[in-house]
Design a protein around this ligand. Structure first.
Ligand code: GLU
Length: 451
């Protein structure tokens, strides 16, 4: 076989930038992966010759569609919806749906790309996809949200299926929205299948799916700390976000004997030096999810806490940091502040919350730093278990699922160590996750030939 021309990292990234102009999030996600993969494949001719990374970084397809709905005043509203099917080499496309005004094709392409590696790391047979809309659920009535979800599914249904593409929730999409979308899918197709995950327990959902992302991020943190003979107990933690991932990460930190100091939303962060205990977390869950309130109201409820408008919590001194809000919420300077303040471990509950500069700061400081594609994989992992339960038409018990989640997170940690161990007791988890995820998908692609 002829030895083909090898494209170097810079030429590859120039091409990615050229082909994806005005898609900065997607380019960022590809660069973070490519930095490690080029190193790994330098002596692996077949990955070069078969253009594997180039192919993973080009979505199988991007479906874009109009979503038309009527608001409570009778106005006709038009939004854009997407489904990005990135790669199905190892299983049906799998990944959440995000409803947020910041959603663009670039954001969904980065999320679908990341999801491909994350899903591979779980060890379960799931490809990578992501979808969503720039629809803003904030301030909308329940009936408006229902009408939007129904309209969204009226187009999406033709692109998904239990063995084709299985969406779930993400920012702005929880159990209620999954219910409306599943109801519409069932109505159109007359089929009751495991076509969505994150379903209600009465209609095919799995126990612990709600808790899984946040709990999983803390299990991963425990695994990292254990490599240094340490643990979460007795440590202070700064957490951003106050949604499903953040509140369950906080809950698990507290259960393991740690102290949570902060939570946040788009308005700012609250700092509670006494610690955010389980009863306070329960209040946040109810206030944010059911009442759709603001995190700043926490300070009126719990004395001693302070609200910091328009700020992120990374300046609060801590040993553990868990970014659980959204992409690019932790920048280079925030990373430097965390390191200077003695932070020893970072476990990402959100997808790509740290920008490239921040990633480089954490790597240079040799922190225990877990990228989201490894540490937040617990959510999609339990989605994978929900798919298995749906296929078998049965439900597993809570303790079985808890154990499976713990085992999957330990498995991901072990895979990261396998490819990320740098000697001197330091593991580059970003490198480990990128290579671990890539290798599985790449080897499946090699088996399929040029398709
Ligand atoms: N949206 C979640 C993620 O980022 C979960 C996806 C799923 O369960 O399919 O991984």
């Amino acid at each position: 076989m002829a030895v083909s021309d090898h494209v170097d990292f810079n030429t590859f990234m120039e091409g990615v930038k050229r082909r994806n102009a005005y898609q900065p999030e997607f380019v960022q996600a590809v660069q973070e992966v490519a930095e490690d993969i080029f190193d790994f494949i330098q002596d692996k001719e077949e990955y070069h010759a078969q253009q594997i990374l180039r192919r993973i970084a080009e979505p199988d397809r991007v479906v874009s569609f109009r979503v038309c709905w009527e608001d409570d005043k009778g106005n006709i509203r038009v939004q854009r919806g997407w489904r990005v099917q990135n790669n199905n080499a190892i299983g049906p496309y799998k990944g959440g749906i995000r409803f947020h005004p910041s959603v663009t094709e670039s954001v969904l392409k980065f999320l679908a790309f990341e999801q491909t590696f994350k899903n591979a790391l779980t060890g379960l047979p799931m490809g990578g996809g992501k979808g969503g809309s720039n629809f803003n659920p904030k301030g909308k009535s329940v009936r408006e949200i229902m009408r939007f979800c129904q309209s969204f599914m009226t187009e999406l249904y033709r692109h998904i299926g239990a063995d084709i593409d299985v969406p779930a929730g993400d920012i702005g999409v929880g159990g209620r929205e999954i219910g409306y979308m599943f109801g519409q899918y069932k109505r159109i197709t007359n089929e009751f299948t495991g076509v969505l995950t994150g379903k209600g327990l009465e209609w095919g959902g799995s126990l612990i799916r709600t808790e899984a992302t946040g709990y999983g991020a803390v299990y991963f943190l425990e695994n990292m700390l254990a490599t240094r003979g340490d643990g979460v107990a007795g440590k202070t933690a700064v957490i951003s976000g106050s949604g499903n991932v953040a509140t369950h990460a906080a809950e698990k930190i507290v259960q393991l004997g740690g102290k949570v100091l902060t939570l946040s939303d788009s308005g700012g962060f609250i700092h509670d030096p006494d610690g955010i205990t389980q009863d306070k977390i329960d209040w946040v869950k109810t206030h944010k999810t059911h009442r759709r309130g603001r995190i700043e109201d926490y300070c009126a409820e719990f004395k001693g806490a302070t609200f910091h408008a328009g700020q992120t919590p990374w300046g609060v001194k801590c040993e553990l940091a868990l970014p659980c809000a959204t992409q690019n919420e932790l920048l280079g300077d925030d990373a430097r502040t965390l390191v200077a303040n003695g932070c020893i471990a970072v476990s990402e509950g959100a997808n790509m919350p740290t920008d490239l500069e921040g990633v480089h700061v954490f790597k240079a400081a040799k922190l225990l730093y877990a990228p989201g594609k490894a540490s937040n994989a617990g959510g999609v992992a339990v989605s994978g278990l929900e798919m298995s339960q749906n296929s078998a038409r049965r439900s597993w018990k809570e303790d079985e699922l808890q154990q499976m989640l713990k085992d999957i997170m330990s498995g991901i940690h072990a895979r990261c160590l396998e490819y990320g161990q740098q000697g001197g007791g330091y593991c580059d988890y970003v490198r480990g996750a990128n290579i671990g995820g890539f290798k599985k998908v790449a080897d499946a692609m090699l088996a399929f030939g040029v398709v």
